[in-house]
Write a protein that binds this ligand. Structure first.
Ligand code: HEM
Length: 244
């Protein structure tokens, strides 16, 4: 069961998507989209993550001696980069291409406003949104986010036409999916799921990784323990691969 109080505001970006819907509607959508989470779909993504991290490392190497930095924005662009590649099959170069910075900032505005609305529940109702600066700002935020989702779908369609031999990704599944009665998702439903995965897939992981790095930096003794554990695991993996 979903608490409608928590989803009234996010619904304005995601519509009635998997994250927001409940009951029979959720079950129907979930059945359609579950193949996306299959382990075999996820396995090849590790190479994509590694490529994306290389881009971030190049970026950070250049500023490593400049003192402390706020990592959240760069990490958000990192998770957005891998999400766009893995889930949407879109090569965006968003870690270096400045035009995506605005998306990360706008998502930040979106979560700030949504959290405030959920916590205080006394913000102006929709009818009055054009009469307050916060309401107008919210409208602008939504408009930007809807356009970004539409742009991702457009880019995907252009790239699909250019490539012959490509792997099936989330957006392919969405575009080709059929319910039991043979009907597919409408354009609006596709856009809603794209928006949901754009947000659910990049903001969560960006927060998780940022907090993880922050804590590793604050507690070097745990950093050492983690490094040791990873080195041991990687050594085992390399040994296994060299024997194969
Ligand atoms: C550290 C990373 C993540 C965290 C902490 C996280 C957290 C959550 C939580 C708490 C929910 C349940 C929300 C609710 O029902 O009220 C959820 C649902 C969901 N998440 Fe994530 N998530 C993460 C990563 C991802 C990623 C990488 C994706 C997609 C690429 C994703 C897609 C979704 C979707 C589609 C749902 C709705 C599922 C459904 O209702 O059937 N999440 N996530």
């Amino acid at each position: 069961p979903k608490n409608p109080m928590n989803y009234d505001v996010p619904k304005e970006w995601f519509g009635d998507s998997l994250l927001v819907s409940s009951g029979a509607k959720w079950k129907r959508q979930r059945r359609l989209l579950t193949p996306v989470f299959h382990f075999d779909m996820l396995k090849p993504y590790v190479d994509v993550y590694n490529d994306c991290v290389e881009v971030l490392m190049d970026k950070w190497k250049r500023i490593a001696n400049d003192g402390p930095i706020e990592i959240w924005e760069d990490i958000s662009l990192l998770t957005l980069d891998s999400l766009l590649k893995c889930i949407f099959g879109v090569t965006s170069n968003c870690q270096v291409n400045k035009e995506h910075d605005m998306f990360v900032q706008t998502v930040k505005n979106f979560t700030r406003f949504a959290t405030k609305k959920i916590r205080f529940a006394n913000l102006p109702p929709l009818l009055f949104r054009y009469f307050t600066s916060e309401g107008r700002q919210w409208e602008k935020t939504l408009q930007f986010l809807h356009n970004y989702s539409r742009q991702v779908i457009r880019n995907k369609k252009v790239q699909t036409n250019r490539e012959d031999n490509k792997c099936l990704d989330f957006l392919d599944i969405l575009l080709e999916a059929k319910y039991e009665d043979g009907s597919g998702l409408t354009d609006q439903e596709i856009q809603n799921e794209v928006s949901t995965f754009l947000f659910a897939g990049h903001d969560t992981t960006a927060s998780g990784i940022s907090w993880c790095l922050y804590n590793l930096a604050r507690y070097p003794e745990y950093q050492q323990t983690c490094r040791k554990e990873i080195d041991e695991l990687m050594e085992k993996k390399e040994n296994m691969e060299s024997k194969m």
